[in-house]
Design a protein around this ligand. Sequence first.
Ligand code: AMP
Length: 403
Amino acid sequence: MAKLIVSDVDVKDKKVLVRVDFNVPIKDGVIGDDNRIVAALPTINYIIDNGGKAILLSHLGRIKSDADKKDLSLKPIADRLSELLKKPVTFVPENEGKEVEDAINNMQDGDVVVLENTRFQDIDNDFGKRESKNDPKLGEYWASLGDVYVNDAFGTAHRSHASNVGIAEAMKKAGKPAAAGFLMEKEIKFLGDAVANPVHPFVTILGGAKVSDKIDVITNLIPKSDHILIGGGMAYTFLAAQGHEIGKSLFEPDKVDLAKELLEKADGKIVLPVDNLAATEFSNDAARKVVGDDIPENMMGLDIGPKTVEKFKDILKDAKTVVWNGPMGAFEMPNFAEGTLEVGKALADLTDATTIIGGGDSTAAAKQLGIAPKITHISTGGGASLEYLEGKELPGIACISDK
Ligand code: AMP
């Protein structure tokens, strides 16, 4: 069933509680990358442009002791948000109690308030981790502060916390709407719907270090995909399962049987590297050479080779839906980045396909290449996007009201 979206709800004169994902890298009060704040702007702007009052909740980092609070306040983020919105933003250094309630009661239509880090609730109380373990009373309290709830925090959607699931459940119980924000709507549309019902040919590209991290993604996507291209460290456990020599390459011996099973189940859909860029050690300056699908004993495969790049490109050129998660090699080292960058370019060249990138490393590669604007959707969630690709129902999405 389709989910309720913020634009389906009347926000005028309403106190709109918005769960955003402002979990940005921050050090000594300096924000490293404000992408996640920028990604929340369409929803915030929609609410304030339509006469609503936007009350923002987010977690930031992990709070294990009082000492963590100093570096993990949302104050610098509220300041950055104010610059991006080009209007004042009120920061409240609490997220429960009179100061919060007074600030909300003083809001005019179009105002924005940011409450303090929701994870400050994870310590100094009888319940324990009130936010992270979803104390229902906390969700009920936050729900009592607003008329409408909007969840725009996809990055947290695989977690059941008080500020996403707890509030949404309490809102619905009180007969109030719990809607998705525009960022969440986009993630549902692309990572959820486009992958569940893809336009064919549907090509999945998987890479990264370990098979074990992606087993459920492969299992879920085998029946849906026309081809699954596998590169990165995980390819070598598959090659070993086929009886190839893999030298010193990344290898998970306890996953060989599983790799065999997946290859059988995929019935020819899994495409493995036919050549590799191998090196004597895990270093950018290591001696390297292109080898076939057997890696010499004293070497490790650190990138897919040029023939594999061509093979992958050839399959990709006809694709109508592509999902990519994980690099094709140890791409942080420039000498082993080419396979990943070439796959990124191949995606960018597709003009008549839905292209979706999930996961931090492939996203970083897309940015490094400057191809991000040519990709249909780059997911903002790491763990959440993987679990979504595994076909799981994410609690942070399931709790949103149906239309
Ligand atoms: P993941 O977090 O599972 O997506 O894995 C990403 C990491 O896998 C990156 O840090 C890459 O350097 C690493 N990686 C990818 N391919 C290889 C490889 N062939 N050998 C060693 N590490 C790799």
